[in-house]
Design a protein around this ligand. Structure first.
Ligand SMILES: Nc1ncnc2c1ncn2[C@@H]1O[C@H](COP(=O)(O)OP(=O)(O)O)[C@@H](O)[C@H]1O
Ligand SMILES: NC(=O)OP(=O)(O)O
Length: 314
């Protein structure tokens, strides 16, 4: 019997939407694409982003502090934990329902609250780069810098967003439990929002004020689970060089060497496409036979069949 292909699938912003009702609707579409892969005979592990959601939760917690002097600030690490539970709750229910609708009743679905260790001395703590929350215009961004002391940066031509520290993931604390669940056939949602960032202080894991990039955490998870595929789903079907320019060229098949050259030439926007390409290159170069794919959610099935998307390999 052929061994099942193990896929770590990283869901981008468009798989979840930006508001509660948008997310409720989006996860239904997302679940169809994921269950399509399961019906194709793949073993799927799900990860997801949390940029809009963690910004929304953080704002809500700040408002709570303003109206109730007894409430201290909620650390960003706790906001990430809240975003994992909120997104995991919607996703696991939508996945369960989609599986049942197709008569698949023997795959338990669960969300693993996942902590990811980062290094205390990661230089990223001194250079906030991860966009979270909503987009603002320049004037609004200036106001937020003055009023809240936020650092606001332009995000890939789409407007201004608050940026926070985004250290690299060093270790998935709950990897043993995730592996056991995956090996026993569960459909697991893990490392949501890049994982809850923690630093190790003896036996204590201390929450860090950061949001880890989910593409890098997904890459680490895929390596740790010895996955065959890392699929990064986003809002474009393929990755382009000269993106948005008259000489734009969509890419289908890339060796890690070609991808590295394009990265050096600056073809991929930092904070959006660059971390995805970096994660794809890291995964594909980590072992012979590992493939990374960047494509649209609704094209994931065609993507693993080699019909579309941008594929990265050694
Ligand atoms: N070279 C490129 N090729 C394709 N898309 C690019 C490129 N550079 C920037 N992008 C933009 O990056 C976006 C994906 O990043 P983002 O929206 O941050 O991801 P996520 O889906 O994880 O939320 C694409 O929708 C596209 O607008
Ligand atoms: N944590 C994270 O990378 O979220 P986004 O993918 O939504 O930016």
């Amino acid at each position: 019997m052929n061994k099942k292909k193990r896929i770590v699938i990283a869901l981008g912003g468009n798989a979840l939407g930006n508001t509660l009702p948008e997310q409720m609707a989006a996860v239904k579409v997302t679940s169809k694409a994921i269950v399509d892969l399961i019906e194709e005979g793949c073993e799927v592990v799900v990860t997801h982003g949390n940029g809009p959601q963690v910004g929304m939760i953080n704002n809500a917690m700040i408002a709570l502090t303003h109206e109730d002097a007894q409430q201290p600030n909620t650390p960003l690490s706790v906001c990430v934990a809240m975003s994992q539970a909120y997104i995991g709750y919607d996703l696991q229910n939508a996945l369960r329902e989609e599986l049942f609708n197709r008569g698949i009743t023997d795959i338990p679905v669960a969300t693993m609250i996942t902590q990811v260790r980062v290094n205390e001395d990661d230089p990223a703590f001194n250079n906030p780069s991860k966009p979270i929350g909503k987009f603002f215009n320049e004037e609004q961004a200036k106001m937020m810098e003055e009023k809240y002391g936020y650092i606001m940066k332009e995000d890939a031509g789409r407007g201004y967003r608050r940026v926070v520290a985004s250290p690299k993931p060093a270790e998935i604390i709950e990897i043993g439990t995730i592996r056991t669940m995956v090996e026993s056939g569960d459909l697991v949602i893990a490392c949501g929002g890049g994982g809850i960032p923690v630093t190790r202080q003896g036996n204590h894991l201390k929450g860090a004020s950061a949001v880890i990039d989910k593409d890098f955490a997904s890459c680490l998870l895929a390596q740790e689970l010895d996955a065959d595929f890392l699929i990064i789903l986003t809002a474009v079907e393929k990755v382009a060089i000269n993106f948005g320019k008259p000489n734009e060229q969509w890419l289908e098949d890339l060796t890690v060497e070609e991808a590295k050259k394009y990265m050096e030439e600056g073809h991929f926007a930092p904070g959006s496409m660059l971390p995805k390409v970096q994660a794809a290159v890291d995964f594909a170069s980590s072992k012979e036979g590992r493939t990374a794919l960047i494509t649209l959610l609704e094209k994931s099935k065609d993507g693993i069949q080699g019909k579309t998307g941008t594929r990265f390999h050694l």
